[in-house]
Design a protein around this ligand. Sequence first.
Ligand SMILES: C[S@@+](CC[C@H](N)C(=O)[O-])C[C@H]1O[C@@H](n2cnc3c(N)ncnc32)[C@H](O)[C@@H]1O
Length: 380
Amino acid sequence: MSLRLVATCALGLEEFLEAELRELGASKCRRERGAITFSGTWGDVLQTNWRLRTANRVLVELAAWDGSNAEALEVGAGRLVENPKNWDGLQSTRLFDPRHTFAIRATTARSQIRDTRWVGMKVKDGIVDAQRRRYGRRGSVDRKDPDIQLRVWLSRDRATLLLDTSGDPLDRRGYRMATSEAPVRENLAAACILASGWDGQGAVVDPMCGSGTLLAEAAAVALDLAPGRLRKRWALERIPGIGREAWESLRREGSRVPETGLRLYGVDQNPAAIEAAGTNLRKAGLARLSSLEVGDGYSFQPPAGPGLLVVNPAYGERLEENRDQWPRLGDLMKQRYAGWKAVVLAGGEGLGKHIGLRPSRRIPVRNGPLDARILLFDLY
Ligand SMILES: C[S@@+](CC[C@H](N)C(=O)[O-])C[C@H]1O[C@@H](n2cnc3c(N)ncnc32)[C@H](O)[C@@H]1O
C-alpha cells in the first residue's frame, strides 16, 4: 500500500520541487500552492528527506475527516486511535502509543473554525481521550521536543492529519553557522541554481555573496552533494518502526567533497559578510574550492569563463535603497560575463526590471515575506 505524501515549499518553488520529485521517481505528483502531493513508500520518505533541495518538509497524510465543528474534529481524531490502521507498515497502535510524546500544529483556511489553537486542541483532545479509553493512559504533549510531530490542516471544513517526517525545515542544511544582511534561504538559493540549467562546468561567481549561500548551493548541485549531509536530526528518526538501516545507509553516503576542478568566487564589500561566507563554506567542506575577498563586486575581474554568475543584490525593502544598481549590474554582466549563464535573485522595487537585459525567464517567488523574481540570462 502506498502512502499519500506531501512535500511543502515556499511559494513559487513548486515547479522545481516537482522536478526534483520526478527525478527521484515519485509517482502521481500533483502541484498545489506551496506543496506537491505524491504517492510513495517509507523508502521514498527517507530519500526525499535526504535529497530534496527545494522542499521545506515531507509529510505523510494519515487521515482526513469532517472538521466543520469542534465535536466532529475530536471524534475523527479519536477514531484514528481506536480503529487500528496501517500506513504502509506503520501501525496506528505504535504511532499513538501513549508512551510517545507528541505535538500538533494546526492551520486553517476557508473553514468555520478559524482559531488554529482551538483546532489543535480539539484534535489533541480527541487523541488523548481515545488513548485513555484504549490504553488506560494518555500521551503527553511536548511542544519543544516531541517524539511525534503532527500537523492538522483544516481547509473548507475538512481536517487532514499529517505526520511531519522532517521536523526542522529542510532548508536548515547544517552549514550556515553565520549570517550577514538579508541572507537567502538555502532552498530558494538551490532553486536559483536548478532554474539556471547550469551544467556544473566552469567557475561560479557571486559578486555580492553575503554569507555565501548561493555559492554553497551551486557547489552542492554541481557535485551532487546531498543537501542533508550536515544535518543532525530529522523527525522521522523518532517515528516508531521507520527503516533504521535504510536511513543509516543513506546517511553513510557521507559528506566528503570529491576532488574537483570546480571553483567558487565570492566578493562582498562588507568584511563581516566575507567572514560569514568563509565560516559557512568551511563548514560545508567547500573551503578548498573557494576564493573569497572583500571588495566591490562591480570591479571584480572574473576568471576565464564560461561559468555561472549568481547574484542576489541588496533589496530596497531590506537593505538601503539603491535603485541605480540594476542598470549597473546589467552593464557588468554584458561587459565581464559574456558567454556565461547568470541568475539574479531580484527583490525590492522594480524586481530587477531596470537591469537593461532581457531575461530568458522571469520566475516569481517569495523570499521570506517578500516578493522576488529569479531572473535567468544567457549572456552573449
Ligand atoms: C541581499 S545580500 C546577499 C545575501 C546572500 N545571498 C546570502 O545568502 O547571504 C546583498 C549583499 O550585497 C553586498 N553588496 C552590496 N553592494 C555591493 C557591491 N557593490 N560590491 C560587493 N558587495 C555588495 C552587501 O554587503 C550584502 O552582503
